[in-house]
Design a protein around this ligand. Sequence first.
Ligand SMILES: NC(=O)c1ccc[n+]([C@@H]2O[C@H](COP(=O)([O-])OP(=O)(O)OC[C@H]3O[C@@H](n4cnc5c(N)ncnc54)[C@H](OP(=O)(O)O)[C@@H]3O)[C@@H](O)[C@H]2O)c1
Length: 322
Amino acid sequence: MLPDVRSVVIEDGNLALRERPTPTPGPGDVLVEVVAAGVNAADLLQRRGLYPPPPGAPADVPGLELAGVVVARGDGVDPEWDGRRVCAVVGGGGQSTHAVVAAEHLIPVPAHVDWDEAGGFAEAFLTAHDALVAQARLAPGEHVVVSGAAGGVGSAAVQIAHRRGARVSAVTRTRDHHDELLSLGAERALTIDEVDDLPPVDAVLELVGPAHLERVVPRLAPGGRVVVIGIGSGAEARIDLRRVMAQRLTLTGSTLRARAREEKADVTSRATADLWEAWDAGAIRVPVQSRFALDEVAGAYEAFARPGKFGKVILRTGAAPR
Ligand SMILES: NC(=O)c1ccc[n+]([C@@H]2O[C@H](COP(=O)([O-])OP(=O)(O)OC[C@H]3O[C@@H](n4cnc5c(N)ncnc54)[C@H](OP(=O)(O)O)[C@@H]3O)[C@@H](O)[C@H]2O)c1
């Protein structure tokens, strides 16, 4: 008999801890005893009533990524997963002692990787990998600019782009984390005010929105691609469309959370195939800014919202690490 689940629950914009019956994994799903769960901007938006979870996800329990141990499985799931250390993206419900996860979204956690790092891997690395590889089609030798580079997705993107042989310019608001970004593989680290001095740019991973996008578009080389993933500085940008035509630019974007189960499985398997060995070898890593116990969740959300982070904010659920 499994214990009741303890979950972060959004109640009228507040964060509470509540006991819930343990969910039963359906066909193709597993139940994960969560040890660590990343905090994301989407959780803060959901708390404010601005980002409802997709169909099938828990309505009031936030959390888009988790790491833990597989403790039960539904019909059709390979018994090989039993007891494995895993991480995954979920449509919601990750900030809980237990969560149901689609088996095809599971990523094994390398033995040397600690729970905090594992809890912050999936959302950042899958988002960044999909944006840079599937959407921007980033090629070796190309120059890519990553804005918001010191955040969770940005620090993942710098490493992924570097591993693909691209030349990476990491753009931040301040100089605080430039040394760390250079050590993750950026060729150049600069502030948003220095973007006008960049050499021609082949691709942009836009994690900030207009505050950066408007400055970087004039730097795009012919055939340049922009992938918009984050819009923390606003949703509307002024772009000179003459430049889009003359340089044959491509502007695209995406969200990961609302995508179909099969699409998330594809994103997971492509990223895992490309990145897992490097993660296992310690060649890529998840910078962890801070960690909080589940009952400190309000403090974790405050820490996430505070400018100046490097990497991820993690919630520890209190489940016994194995
Ligand atoms: N589309 C998707 O599927 C998807 C998935 C995951 C995340 N996202 C989005 O992607 C963005 C990055 O996510 P994250 O997890 O990396 O967040 P994060 O860890 O909070 O990082 C955000 C980074 O952007 C910088 N930033 C924020 N607002 C800025 C502004 N107005 N001007 C300049 N820099 C600014 C921050 O710098 P400071 O520390 O100086 O504030 C921080 O380094 C968020 O907007 C998030 O909602 C989208």
